[in-house]
Design a protein. Structure first.
Length: 226
């Protein structure tokens, strides 16, 4: 995908938009935003109560005879907007109550600016999902798994103590208690690492790596109980 030999639409003009050359769309090397609005007349399941945050783009090259938006879509209509400006438009619509972002564009072939803006939005949403999953793991481990493991350890300790008083072998309990204690410590360490990785929500990869370690440790923990 490039503006240098632009073939982003089926017209495949092959012009260099970065040097000011104009093809069939007559657009520069940025997105052309013709209109933004809260569109409250879409399907209720999509628009909700707040409406869709509609962003209308110019530069469509289809020239459909039935197009209801021809006045604003059929040429280089609107203002040139880079990826940061496009993101700002999305955020403004959301702040005004938009239930979603509705990109009213041409035939589903996006230019570089549009791709970058979408990537930025989707990456932020992805980061938040990973962070939420990490916090859920931490909460589950701290309030359910670890307390259960510590309670079981106390029961094993009490059993070993009683058997010792009776002079009965407690080798099985001791072995299980040793393995359980080791895996509980490892699980606690992985939880702390996950907490530390989750401090910066903008960097999902360290969180994902810590989540992977946590899951592997949890599997070993479960195996020690079987």
């Amino acid at each position: 995908m490039s503006y240098v030999n632009c073939k982003l639409c089926p017209r495949e003009c092959g012009i260099d938009r970065t040097q000011g050359e104009m093809g069939y769309c007559r657009c520069p090397d940025t997105a052309m935003v013709a209109k933004t609005m809260l569109h409250k007349w879409e399907e209720p399941a999509l628009a909700g109560n707040g409406g869709s945050g509609a962003v209308f783009f110019g530069g469509c090259t289809l020239r459909c005879s039935y197009c209801q938006n021809a006045a604003i879509s059929g040429g280089p209509v609107g203002r040139a907007v880079d990826s940061a400006g496009l993101r700002g438009i999305f955020e403004d619509l959301i702040a005004r109550g938009a239930e979603n972002i509705d990109l009213v564009t041409r035939h589903g072939i996006f230019n570089e600016t549009e791709f970058r803006a979408r990537h930025s939005i989707y990456l932020e949403a992805y980061n938040k999902i990973v962070a939420i999953e990490a916090r859920t793991m931490i909460d589950m481990a701290m309030h359910q798994i670890l307390p259960a493991a510590l309670h079981y350890s106390r029961d094993l300790c009490a059993g070993v103590e009683k058997k010792n008083l009776l002079g009965i072998s407690a080798r099985a309990e001791r072995g299980l208690l040793t393995a359980l204690s080791q895996q509980t410590d490892a699980l606690y360490d992985s939880i702390e690492a996950l907490k530390l990785a989750g401090i910066d929500m903008s960097k999902p990869e360290p969180i994902r790596a810590a989540m992977k370690v946590f899951k592997e440790t949890l599997e070993k923990f479960k195996a020690a109980l079987n």
